[in-house]
Ligand binder design. Structure first.
Ligand SMILES: [Zn+2]
Ligand SMILES: [Zn+2]
Length: 245
């Protein structure tokens, strides 16, 4: 039946058709996941064998999951980290667009990708709280939105897990991590986060959400602070994983 809503939606589709968030091709169907089949097929999804702890994909496609060198030798405050795909084209382009354009439709698509992906040896249902990696107030003002909150919102909604983006705060304004090496990155974020109300994380199994895992310095520091404030477990989910050569 032709209702006014139907007609308006139809008109909107003609004037503003749904497009692939990567290549901008007009999509014939829009179920909220706005990536065309061609771009989707080009995503390097993270697959076994990976590090059973930090999720690092190993270069060889053979063998089983095992600990990487770094996870064997150093202590981590998170139990497990997993990512959807490698930080390469086309996922990299979509993330850049999302971060620098702030388009909600791009965020929804990437969040859907994150919430519907089946991660190796990891089940979101086991967790009781979703926390996005916070931005400092000043960075939030510059950018206008926190990309991790938008991703976390999709994951929390899809799995019906409470979302908390107020308790973990970034209290120190740090330099962007992109210009720093591994050691500098660790030092840069040390002491940058605080839990405002310990009761809200106490006894919780937390999934910490971020867009990209590079050296893991940021999520390691967030996990340390959450565990110190009484969280039972912290797992990390990121959309993309940077794999250094
Ligand atoms: Zn496309
Ligand atoms: Zn590892």
């Amino acid at each position: 039946m032709w209702t006014l809503k139907n007609i308006l939606t139809g008109l909107a589709d003609i004037v503003f058709p749904s497009r692939c968030v990567v290549c901008k091709t007009v999509l014939s169907i829009d179920k909220g996941m706005r990536i065309c089949p061609e771009c989707f097929s080009q995503i390097s999804f993270v697959k076994s064998p990976i590090c059973s702890c930090c999720g690092l994909p190993f270069i060889s496609y053979e063998g089983t999951d095992h600990l990487c060198g770094e996870c064997t030798s150093s202590k981590r405050f998170f139990s497990v980290a997993r990512s959807v795909g490698k930080y390469e084209t086309p996922l990299l382009d979509a993330i850049h667009q999302f971060k620098y354009s702030g388009k909600i439709t791009v965020g929804e698509t990437l969040g859907k990708l994150m919430s519907e992906f089946s991660y190796d040896s990891f089940s979101i249902e086991r967790y009781s709280l979703i926390i996005p990696v916070p931005l400092h107030q000043r960075r939030l003002k510059e950018r206008g939105f926190n990309q991790s909150v938008m991703l976390a919102r999709e994951v929390a909604g899809r799995h019906s897990i409470p979302l908390d983006f107020r308790t973990l705060k970034r209290t120190i304004y740090t330099k962007p991590q992109t210009s720093l090496d591994r050691i500098q990155r660790g030092a840069n974020v040390k002491g940058a986060f605080e839990v405002m109300d310990g009761e809200r994380v106490k006894g919780k199994r937390v999934v910490l959400i971020d867009d990209v895992y590079t050296t893991g310095s940021t999520v390691k520091e967030c996990a340390r602070v959450l565990i110190r404030n009484g969280a039972t477990e912290v797992a990390v989910l990121t959309l993309a994983r940077a794999v250094q050569g």
